[in-house]
Structures are given as C-alpha cells and as structure tokens.
Design a protein around this ligand. Structure first.
Ligand code: ADP
Ligand code: NA
Length: 330
C-alpha cells in the first residue's frame, strides 16, 4: 500500500532557520517522513516575489537545503529539492493563473498584508500570483496532505478550488489536497516580545533563536528572555506569554508534555527554567549546526544530492504537466 503523499516547503529567506521554523515545521516534517510519501521543497521561486539580492538568494537557498538535511530530512525517505530546478512549477502556475478569478486572487489576505507593507503600487504582480504558484507546487505531485499553519490555510483552500475547477472543466486531473493542520502548541513566540510570533522579519533579532547561531549566543538570548514579575511557572498565554513560550520550547525539545513540566517546576524559579531551555536548545541545535557547516563545506556533494532529488521530483511533475497541457489543448 502506498503512503499518503505530502508536500511542504519553506522560503529561503534567511541565512538560518529559527526555533519557530524548526518546531513549527522542520521537526514535524522529520516525524512525518516515515508515515508519508513526502516532498520537501526550498521555494526559491516564491522568494523573488519580493526584491532579492541574487548572490544572497543563491547562498540562502543552499543553506536552507543543507539545514533540511542536517535537521533530519533524509533524501532516501523523502524528496528534498529546490523549486527552480523543476520547471513544471512555473509552467503549471501559468495555467492556474488563467483559471483564477482576479477578484478571487484579490481576496487573499496574505497579499493584502504584504502589499500594504510595501505600498500597493510597488508590490509586484508576482506577489499577487504567489498563491497560484503555491497551488502548482501542491497539485503537480498529486498531493493529498499539505501541512500548514493558520497563515496558509486560505491558500490551501484556493488550491482546492482550483483543482476542482480544473477537474470539472477539463476532466479528472488533480488530486484535491487536504490541509494537515499543525498543532497550535507548535507556535513559538519572540523571546523579547512574546505576543508576536518568532519571525525572521522581526525588527530586532534579540528575540530570535537561530538554528545556526553560536551556542553561547543562543544561551545568552534565552537567559535574557522576557518573563513577568510573578514567580509561578505555568502555561498561560494570556497572563504569562513569556513563560508559556519557554515551556513550549522546552516541551518541543525534550519531548516532555507541558503538563509534566509544570509539575516538575513547582517551587522552582524562572532562572532554572531558562537554564534548562537553553541547555535543551543547544543540545538539539549543536549537531544540526555542525552537520550544516559540513554539508556546506562540500558544495559538490550537496549539489549532487539536490540535483538527483530535483530529477525525482521532475519525473512526477512532468507527468502531471504533460497531462494538463494535453487537456488544455497544447
Ligand atoms: P518567518 O515568519 O520567519 O518568515 P516563514 O513564514 O518562512 O517564517 O515560515 C516557514 C515555516 O515555518 C512555515 O511552515 C511556518 O508555519 C513555520 N513557522 C514560522 N515561524 C514560526 C513560529 N514562530 N512558530 C511556529 N512555526 C513557525
Ligand atoms: Na517517506
């Protein structure tokens, strides 16, 4: 029996992943690869929907791929590839653009947010058509499940609409994917500003735990995390956002439940908790950091793995694209 097909990706938009990317995505991807037929993509075509520096993009793309591998994505179990190396993504996106309504695309809240930030007139058309490219990523592989956080739910909904629309106009072609909703407990917040999620686009990096940072720097950041004036260690997002965030991180890194940790810290202070979080994070990230640097040190081997994986993705994607081209009349 074949395993359910799953597709997920991340933009190569920073030198290093952060603890949010790790706990909210990579760590779960690693768990999912044994029970799913998974494809994990570095979505560099998506990354140029906002202005990029070419040399930086090239570097962050390779670094992101290296961190997937170092973090546990096994190219023998999953297909791990770079989006721009498989031309069918851009080709299918074009076809999907032609069956998407202008009004429908205009309703995407992520476009509204991102274009408002840039000023409506300077946002690119590429940013506007981003969701149709994401739909192409998913539909090329007959994907059944798409792991998503809240921010991407609307895009998966659009992908489903486009799959159904194409199927009813041109005959059965695409598998209609389901969102695989990641647990809310996997959301990590900024150490200095625990009301906002940890994000590489934060104004300051003092609240971000980078996977590739020096261990001493990471430990220092965690010791300086914002807590509150109370003393009690318990999970309460409303009253104790900082402490709750530390508990979530410790739970994700140690595998112990938050309830267990609350019990274990009765009568102990915030200093103890921070020390333990720092230790757990450093213990998890140090081997990933070492392995990432090793992989980047042997660019020929990394390129070989990525190119072999792009070929595997291309084989599936080309079949879907051929079918689509045939159906639309090419
Ligand atoms: P960022 O907000 O840093 O730009 P992305 O939007 O590129 O991160 O997200 C890449 C992946 O990491 C997505 O699957 C997203 O859901 C996950 N992710 C990002 N930030 C967090 C966070 N703070 N907590 C949990 N998951 C996160
Ligand atoms: Na697998």
């Amino acid at each position: 029996m074949s395993l359910p097909r799953l597709f997920s990706g991340m933009q190569p938009s920073a030198d290093s992943l952060h603890a949010g990317n790790y706990i909210g995505a990579l760590q779960q991807w690693v768990d999912l690869q044994d029970t799913h037929d998974a494809l994990y993509c570095v979505v560099d075509l998506h990354a140029i929907t906002v202005p990029q520096d070419p040399a930086v993009l090239r570097e962050t793309t390779r670094r992101t791929a290296a961190q997937y591998i170092a973090g546990g994505i096994d190219p023998a179990k999953s297909i791990l590839f770079i989006q721009s190396q498989v031309p069918a993504h851009a080709e299918l996106a074009w076809v999907l653009n032609t069956i998407t309504g202008f009004g429908e695309a205009s309703r995407m809240t992520q476009f509204k947010d991102k274009s408002a930030k840039q000023g409506a007139d300077s946002a690119s058309v590429g940013l506007f058509t981003y969701p149709m490219l994401m739909a192409a990523d998913i539909l090329l592989y007959n994907t059944q499940l798409v792991p998503v956080g809240d921010d991407q739910k609307q895009h998966v909904e659009l992908t489903r609409d486009l799959a159904n629309r194409f199927n009813s106009r041109f005959g059965p072609t695409f598998t209609v994917p389901e969102p695989y909703i990641l647990k809310e407990t996997a959301r990590i917040y900024d150490l200095q500003n625990p009301e906002s999620k940890m994000s590489k686009s934060a104004a300051s990096d003092s609240g971000i735990v980078w996977m590739l940072d020096e261990p001493s720097k990471t430990a220092k950041k965690i010791r300086s995390a914002v807590t509150d004036t109370g003393r009690e260690i318990r999970f309460d997002r409303g009253e104790k956002a900082g402490v709750s965030n530390l508990l979530t991180m410790l739970s994700a890194f140690s595998g112990q439940s938050v309830a267990y940790l609350e019990e274990a810290y009765v009568g102990r202070g915030y200093g103890d908790l921070k020390k333990d979080v720092a230790e757990a994070v450093v213990e998890a990230f140090t081997p990933i950091r070492t392995r990432t640097l090793e992989l980047l040190d042997d660019p020929a081997e990394l390129d070989r793995v990525l190119s072999a994986n792009a070929d595997r993705a291309d084989e599936i994607a080309s079949r879907t694209l051929d079918d689509v081209y045939e159906k639309v009349g090419f």
